[in-house]
Design a protein around this ligand. Structure first.
Ligand SMILES: Cc1cc2nc3c(=O)[nH]c(=O)nc-3n(C[C@H](O)[C@H](O)[C@H](O)COP(=O)(O)OP(=O)(O)OC[C@H]3O[C@@H](n4cnc5c(N)ncnc54)[C@H](O)[C@@H]3O)c2cc1C
Length: 498
């Protein structure tokens, strides 16, 4: 009797112990909140390393959304390194080889550099329905026996003495329940409110992307990403699937015509369509005429900051965002996953909060070549795309077009940066400097006038304004010291898998 009652006591004691001990003896190693692009890819990567992963996703049906539709060549390399390249197959993804740029009736075609010997992957991007890609990632993750993918909505993080122990969530039956693990990864996207319990960085809404799909049509050059430098900002078109074309544009707060009363349709037809080159206009108008659903998405910017809470990591859009004009959010996220996975590999037990904190600190530095390059480029490119009556800003816009259209080393260097094929902040600073310089020459031609000199000085001021906040936010040494980028390339951008 004594033996049985002692065993009972022991069992009760075990269930009563702290969450940490429960976790150690049975539960998952990691809880991932959100099975979007990041959550699913991370679940697969960690499960491949033998971790038990519990993913909690609010909605398991295929997402229908207007974001994450273009994967840069660099992002495809990251996918391949994670063993997830097949997730871009069987979703009717389309190949992209070039950026086709239009300004004031002129056109420039700039390919991703084919002969960049330092880039060990096919230098092309892919366009696709984001939801199809996410479903493929979810299937791939849940095909591993140590991944438990559950539908549920996470409500809050469970915290004990500054350490995150798990989450409370509402499961698919509507019951409030809890889950515990030594490590919780919050990867719940750009509308995340959980990040507030971990860090207090705020996202800044920069503009809005308006878009719709023209169906049953094909662009004359389906492998090109068409970017029109229009007013007030850019318009883009690309082949989204073999039979659909995404049409999109950028508008600014306070300038969004109402979709409900038809003002948006009129604006697209009367103001934007005439700026679209005749060759693309028919397809641009087709979607509007056929009553395609028009969507509006905020574009946000948010610097990455580290949380002082232990036991949790924030990733993806909940962690760091940049302007989507350079379509690189997924690439940075996949690069982050690759780094984090590699840093976590030597840790046998993820509940060692001190070791995990060290990992997070290293992760924050190692990611800089990719994230700082993309974040800075995102700001610079989005600013350059905005039309302006300001002479200095317009010179910068023209300078960027001229630089890309002139071909050669400059254009291929900038395309390698855009494609994530050469994530080097110093290279970005170089290109920004040359664009500024050539715009200055244009302002001072044919003879330097006092007004020309004044605008040139303002132009340099504008470039500095683009660069300096990023140098401060990303870290001067990480951006200016080439060794970081060299180590990143050597570790994460070689042809071998990790
Ligand atoms: C307009 C726009 C266009 C973009 N275009 C591109 C592009 O072309 N290329 C590119 O690389 N990047 C692009 N991006 C960025 C890219 O889409 C994101 O960086 C990427 O999707 C982020 O992935 P994520 O896993 O962090 O979030 P998501 O992929 O959004 O996944 C978050 C998941 O969390 C789930 N979730 C949310 N709340 C909860 C909860 N409480 N409990 C459980 N689950 C929850 C959601 O249902 C979702 O499945 C674009 C962004 C915008 C805004």
């Amino acid at each position: 009797i004594s033996h049985v009652s002692n065993r009972r006591k022991k069992t009760t004691k075990l269930t009563d112990t702290t969450a940490g001990q429960e976790i150690r003896y049975g539960g998952p190693d990691v809880i991932i909140v959100g099975a979007g692009v990041g959550g699913s890819a991370l679940a697969y990567a960690l499960a491949k390393d033998g971790r038990r992963v519990h993913v909690i996703e609010r909605d398991m049906s295929e997402p229908v959304r207007m974001m994450g539709e273009f994967m840069q060549p660099g992002g495809r390399l990251m996918l391949a390194k994670l063993g997830l390249q097949d997730c871009l197959e069987e979703i009717d993804a389309q190949k992209s080889t070039c950026l086709s740029l239009y300004k004031d009736g002129e056109k420039a075609v700039v390919p991703f550099p084919v002969e960049d010997n330092n880039f060990p992957y096919e230098p092309t991007g892919r366009t696709f329905h984001n939801g199809r890609f996410v479903q493929r990632l979810r299937q791939k993750a849940s095909s591993l026996p140590n991944v438990r993918l559950e539908e549920g909505t996470v409500k809050s993080l469970i915290e004990e003495k500054g350490v995150i122990k798990g989450v409370t969530y509402k499961n698919s039956s509507g019951e409030e329940t809890t889950a515990f693990a030594p490590l919780t990864v919050v990867c719940k996207g750009c509308f995340s409110n959980l990040r507030r319990s971990l860090n207090n960085n705020d996202a800044e809404v920069m503009s809005y992307q308006v878009g719709y799909i023209s169906k049953n049509c094909q662009l004359e050059e389906p492998e090109y990403l068409h970017l029109v430098m229009a007013k007030p900002s850019f318009t883009m078109m690309y082949q989204l699937s073999s039979t659909e074309v995404r049409c999109g544009l950028e508008l600014f707060p306070g300038q969004i015509p109402s979709i409900a009363n038809g003002d948006m349709t009129n604006f697209l037809r009367n103001t934007m369509a005439p700026q679209v080159p005749p060759k693309l206009r028919k397809i641009f108008l087709q979607g509007i005429d056929e009553g395609a659903q028009i969507k509006v998405m905020p574009t946000k910017r948010m610097a990455a900051t580290l949380s002082d809470k232990k036991g949790a990591i924030v990733l993806g859009d909940a962690f760091n965002m940049r302007h989507p004009s350079i379509a690189s959010g997924m690439m940075v996220l996949l690069s982050d996953i690759l780094i984090l996975r590699r840093l976590l590999q030597p840790l046998e037990y993820l509940g060692d909060t001190n070791k995990v904190s060290e990992v997070i600190k290293s992760f924050y530095v190692i990611r800089k070549p990719m994230s700082a390059t993309v974040n800075t480029l995102g700001t610079a490119f989005s600013q350059v795309l905005i039309a302006s009556t300001d002479k200095a800003k317009e010179a910068m816009r023209q300078g960027c077009y001229d630089y890309l259209s002139s071909g050669g080393f400059g254009a291929s260097g900038l395309m390698a940066l855009l494609g994530g094929m050469n994530p080097r902040p110093l290279s970005l600073i170089y290109h920004l400097f040359v664009v500024t310089l050539s715009a200055t020459v244009q302002l001072l031609s044919p003879f330097p006038s006092p007004l020309g000199i004044w605008h040139s000085l303002r132009l340099f001021g504008l470039s500095m304004k683009l660069l300096v906040p990023h140098l401060k936010a990303e870290g001067i040494s990480q951006m200016l010291f080439p060794a970081y980028a060299a180590v990143y390339r050597k570790t994460y951008m070689t042809a071998t898998t990790i």
